[in-house]
Design a protein around this ligand. Structure first.
Ligand SMILES: O=c1ccn([C@@H]2O[C@H](COP(=O)(O)O)[C@@H](O)[C@H]2O)c(=O)[nH]1
Length: 272
């Protein structure tokens, strides 16, 4: 999917919500456990109930890898279901990969070609040659961790390096990478006050913002400091939406939670 197509979807749906598919078999409604593939059945119901309220889905790969082959099969079915039925949805493999170039190319093929995701999250720590193999894929997006939502972000990301914070170094240096127009960045909603300075460095790139909902980030603050002329935000909520109920009404309740966020997003978009 191109960035222009993503922006068009946001304007059409008046939403920049991404629903996180962090599907944990211990948290899904018990009646689904009798199904042949409970994880996929859960995801399918959540997707069908929320797709009109959001523009993207972000399965976190850890929740699938944890179940071995069964988990990978559920992930494969989920991304295929999305691409076949809702190709307008922007898909994110939250995998946080990155390795020497030769290996990064294989990761890129796994997520962009084999699984056909639109984007993948990447850790910047190994530098240029670990990121550029992902950027080489046309109309695919590489989402680099910049300033993450967790408290551990202060261990390294905000430390000074050559006169500026490390996360700012990540932003500045990555702009010089080949095909940098295919970059997006992760910035945690819990650190919304940093967004104004981040926007000075990357005014045009899209930001993936996790951390509203269960982690307590504030949507209004994120929009105030992070929105640009093309919106430039994809705000993710996982647990706050998908585990709204553990009963048979789980999909309906998830849609209610997604709708609550979408209403606020519509208001924020109205201010543009
Ligand atoms: O800085 C980051 C980077 C990634 N995440 C991931 O986003 C979701 C958030 O889930 P919630 O349930 O809405 O808290 C999850 O997959 C994280 O691994 C993040 O939270 N922060």
């Amino acid at each position: 999917m191109t960035t222009e197509e993503l922006i068009a979807q946001i304007l059409k749906k008046k939403s920049f919500l991404c629903v996180g598919l962090d599907t944990d078999i211990d948290k899904i409604p018990p009646h689904l456990l009798n199904e042949e593939d409970p994880i996929f059945s859960f995801n399918k119901a959540i997707i069908d109930a929320t797709q009109h309220l959001c523009v993207g889905y972000k399965p976190n790969i850890a929740f699938y890898e944890a179940y071995g082959l069964k988990g990978w099969r559920a992930l494969e079915r989920t991304i295929r279901y999305l691409n076949d039925n809702y190709p307008e949805q922007f898909t994110i493999a939250d995998a946080k990969r990155g390795d020497i170039g030769n290996t990064s190319t294989r990761y890129a093929k796994a997520f962009f070609e084999n699984l056909a995701f639109d984007s993948v999250t990447i850790a910047p720590y190994m530098g240029r040659d670990s990121v550029e193999p992902f950027l080489a894929f046309k109309n695919k997006h590489t989402i680099l961790l910049a300033l993450t939502s967790n408290t551990g972000a202060f261990d390294f990301q905000t430390k000074m390096m050559d006169g500026r914070e490390f996360y700012k170094e990540v932003l500045e240096v990555s702009k010089t990478y080949e095909n940098a127009e295919n970059l997006m960045y992760v910035v945690g909603a819990t650190k919304a006050e940093y967004l104004a300075e981040i926007r000075q460095i990357v005014p045009d790139h899209f930001l993936l913002v996790p951390g509203v909902g269960a982690q307590g980030g504030d949507l209004h603050e994120v929009c105030k400091y992070g929105m640009n002329k093309n919106i430039g935000l994809l705000v993710n909520s996982s647990r706050g939406i998908i585990y709204a109920s553990t009963g048979r009404d789980f999909a309906e309740k998830a849609a209610e939670k997604a709708a609550e966020i979408q209403v606020k997003m519509r208001e924020e978009l109205g201010k543009l």
